[in-house]
Design a protein around this ligand. Structure first.
Ligand code: EPZ
Length: 428
């Protein structure tokens, strides 16, 4: 059983460079399906989710060549299938990002229904609703959704009931060839949406307004052409290391991302008494004062990102007072709280609200990573807890953080990756 063991209390300071954004890279990889030929993606994070998306593309008939650790050449000229298998979708929900590209290229797609995950049901009803508005007909059987376009695709004006990132992405990609102009209203505005729109436009699409709530896609004659594109810096990996600098108080220079993509997070951190110095390629985060608790509400971008909620809960857990963290995006994203309470935190969950009463110290403990961001947050907590913290279920963390322990060690943290005998296996 692989675990991360941390000895708390050591100085953490220095410079760390974040990778390309997981939540963009996966969709850019899917989008190459629409551009037969060899596309080169650079600044791709070397994480397990990217490896799974590579398997999905290969299963569809693409060739994925690892040029170096952060560069992929994806040749989709050989893509000859439009069926995404359950065993890959169940590993990674983002596999549903191939839905739009497959429908654009082949007029059909068969994708396993993504199961739920630890943080929520993760439905795709908004994806289906929008694609049906573009002329896709779906039937559902044996855990798969089967989309066909007997009358072809057409443009439409689609209003999303929630600014869903995945639905916005699938609808952008599905409407690239739809004759006329498709409008996505109440579209997600995340920087990863802008990165995808930039890639599509570089490939020959006509997408306007990405980053605003109203995106217009003017149908073009296909196919798109392959390009070379660098993945945007990962604002959530960056935010995680910024939170680490805030927690451990010595300066941490987080590089490789646009600090404007963490606007509200850095503003909230400054309200908490954290020192943030913005740089062209990132920011320097430190703290000279006790943490002042502030209330947090997660919302779609540019609101406070749900993917930074867990990391911020650790800061609040050691704050000098009380605060309320409200999770508005996912229905079950407070599982970290129970683990932090085992380390001495004082957090009570009331529905979508976490009532956090700051404590003076956390004590090291054996804890289990509940999900990707919760796992990273537990490692964070271990950096300042008394004694040793052992985090298990770290496959969650490896999905989205490249060389996480190496980066922490380079900052001076006493962390190590260990393989321990699995206590659930009998001795026989
Ligand atoms: C993306 O997930 C990210 N994942 C998530 O990051 C991120 O938390 C989320 O956007 C919000 O920013 C990737 O990009 C791979 P949504 P996505 O569609 O697209 C519900 C991480 O830690 N919903 O904006 O799935 C949904 O269940 C991960 O890196 C529907 O009900 O997010 C959720 O409650 C976690 N029906 C909410 O909306 C739908 O059809 C937001 O989902 C679609 C979504």
């Amino acid at each position: 059983m692989d675990v991360i063991r941390i000895e708390g209390g050591h100085r953490v300071t220095g410079e760390v460079r974040v990778e390309g954004a997981k939540n963009s890279a996966l969709k850019l990889m899917a989008a190459t399906i629409m551009a037969p030929g060899v596309s080169r993606l650079t600044n791709v994070p070397n994480i397990s989710d990217v490896h799974v998306m590579g398997k999905v593309l290969k299963r569809l008939g693409a060739t994925v060549t690892v040029v170096d650790e952060h560069t992929l050449d994806i040749d989709t000229s050989g893509v000859n299938s439009w069926r995404t298998p359950y065993e890959l979708v169940v590993q990674m929900r983002a596999s549903t990002a191939v839905l739009g590209p497959l429908i654009s290229r082949f007029g059909q797609a068969v994708v396993a229904m993504p199961g739920g995950c630890n943080i929520g049901a993760r439905n795709i009803d908004m994806h289906i609703f929008g694609l049906e508005a573009l002329g896709v007909q779906f039937d559902f059987a044996h855990g798969y959704i089967n989309g066909t376009t007997p009358d072809g695709l057409h443009s439409n004006f689609i209003t999303l009931e929630f600014a869903s990132v995945g639905a916005t992405e699938n609808l952008m990609m599905a409407s690239v060839y739809a004759p006329g102009t498709t409008v996505i209203d109440n579209a997600a505005r995340e920087p990863e949406i802008v990165d995808l729109a930039n890639l599509l436009n570089e490939m020959g699409a006509k997408v306007r307004g990405a980053g605003s709530p109203l995106i217009e896609i003017e149908g073009v004659r296909g196919p798109l052409h392959p390009v070379t594109h660098a993945v945007v810096g990962d604002r959530i990996e960056a935010g995680t290391f910024a939170a680490i600098g805030a927690l451990t108080s010595d300066p941490v220079y987080v590089r490789g991302f646009d600090p404007a993509h963490l606007g509200l997070v850095l503003k909230k951190y400054q309200q908490m008494g954290i020192t943030v110095e913005k740089k062209p390629d990132g920011c320097v985060v430190s703290r000279e004062r006790p943490l002042t608790p502030v209330d947090i509400q997660t919302l779609p971008y540019p609101g406070f990102p749900t993917d930074m909620q867990a990391q911020t809960m650790v800061l609040a857990a050691l704050g000098d007072g009380d605060c309320i963290i409200t999770e508005n995006v996912f229905e079950n994203r407070f599982m970290l709280a129970a683990e932090l309470c085992r380390m001495g935190a004082d957090i009570r969950i009331e529905g979508h609200h976490a009532l956090v009463h700051g404590v003076k110290r956390l004590s090291g403990a054996e804890v289990a990573s509940p999900d990707l961001r919760g796992g990273a947050a537990l490692v964070m907590a271990g950096l300042v807890a008394d004694g040793y913290t052992t985090v298990s279920q770290i496959h969650h963390i490896m999905r989205g953080y490249e060389h996480f322990t190496d980066k922490l060690q380079a900052l001076g943290a006493h962390v190590e990756l260990l393989s321990l005998p699995d206590p659930t296996e009998d001795d026989a």
